[in-house]
Ligand binder design. Structure first.
Ligand code: CO
Ligand code: ZN
Length: 339
């Protein structure tokens, strides 16, 4: 497993609309694996690998769009008070309970710590955003390095514990790794593969929507993390860490095309790739943006099981990452006939 690439990507800074640093890393690693690259007006990176096997007759190769998002959940500063303490809101699905004591980094490298008001509510209630503040150590508002409208992201380093990796932004940088490594592993393909590294997924699948319009794919495959039901008092969910890649059946944004989902299952069985079926009752993915593009696109999703999604310590299993790379490679290597 390419742990160094996982480290580089998960530790990179990139809240929604500020994906440039992540995009540069992806570009560097995928450059030798594709035929063309472009960045669209929204900031999506679109890497094209052309078909190496010609389809029968005069048919053009199918256009297959992949999508893995580059952005991570972030913070936006809403107010800086006279003493230099900042209030913020979430850009994407942050939960206040997971934040206290963590650090936030801003574009220019300024760092602050998230703390909570010590009022009477602090001892008895789960905090809301209105009780939290960011302290950058400034003497007052004037000397604070951050101002209203600044975007921040959590600061965190990658850790390894056996087969398990713990880090921030596994959502969705681990999927960027899966897409890059699948392109590396792919020996031949009958498809024109448009590997999209999308922007602004966490605020509503915005980058994938415009990318799908531009690419105009015949088939769409998103790659993202999914929740698990395998920790104490987790919500009921079949997906567990270490039991293989997850083939999406449904999430709250999309019903995966049943034909494409069945083909994914078939490819997993043929390749003896461990897999699980994923039914996610909360949360959406780029899959939906591709499916609803233009006149509709058959779309599915390969998910990497992940505990504690949207916290600073998202946990994934190396075996599941490898299974996801293997399944994506197997799907792209052969014709995708859905009729
Ligand atoms: Co997310
Ligand atoms: Zn995601």
């Amino acid at each position: 497993m390419n742990i160094e690439l996982i480290r580089e990507l998960t530790e990179a800074w990139g809240p929604p609309s500020q994906e440039g640093r992540v995009r540069e890393i992806v570009k560097t690693h995928i450059a030798g694996l594709v035929d063309e690259m472009r960045v669209d007006r929204m900031g999506n990176l679109i890497a094209l690998k052309r078909a190496t096997i010609k389809p029968a007759g005069s048919e053009a190769p199918k256009r297959v769009m992949l999508s893995a998002h580059m952005d991570e959940i972030g913070f936006i500063i809403t107010h800086v008070d006279e003493k230099g303490f900042s209030r913020f809101n979430s850009v994407g699905g942050l939960r206040p309970l997971t934040l206290v004591g963590n650090r936030v980094v801003f574009a220019d490298g300024a760092v602050g710590t998230i703390q909570i008001e010590k009022g009477p509510r602090a001892a008895t209630e789960a905090p809301g955003f209105e009780q939290l503040f960011i302290d950058v150590g400034a003497a007052d508002r004037k000397s604070s390095p951050i101002k209203v409208g600044d975007l921040g992201a959590l600061q965190g380093v990658l850790a390894q514990s056996g087969d398990r990796l713990i880090g921030k932004s596994m959502d969705d940088r681990i999927a960027c790794v899966v897409a890059i490594e699948a392109m590396r592993q792919l020996k031949q393909t009958p498809h024109d593969i448009h590997a999209v590294f999308s922007v602004q997924e966490e605020v509503g699948l915005r980058g994938a929507r415009t990318a799908a319009y531009g690419v105009n794919p015949d088939i769409g495959i998103a790659v993202d993390v999914t929740l698990t039901g395998d920790f104490p008092e987790a919500p009921f969910m079949e997906v567990a860490l270490g039991k293989g890649t997850a083939i999406k059946v449904q999430d709250s944004s999309v019903i995966a095309d049943p034909r494409l989902r069945n083909l994914m299952v078939q490819r997993a069985r043929e390749g003896r790739i461990p897999y699980q079926l994923e039914v996610l009752t909360a949360g959406g993915t780029d899959t939906a943006a591709i499916q609803m593009s233009r006149e509709g696109v058959p779309a599915g999703c390969i998910s990497i099981p992940c505990r504690y999604v949207h916290s600073i310590s998202e946990m994934v299993d190396i075996k599941d990452i490898q299974a996801s790379i293997n399944l994506l490679t197997a799907i792209l290597s052969k014709p995708i006939d859905l009729d």
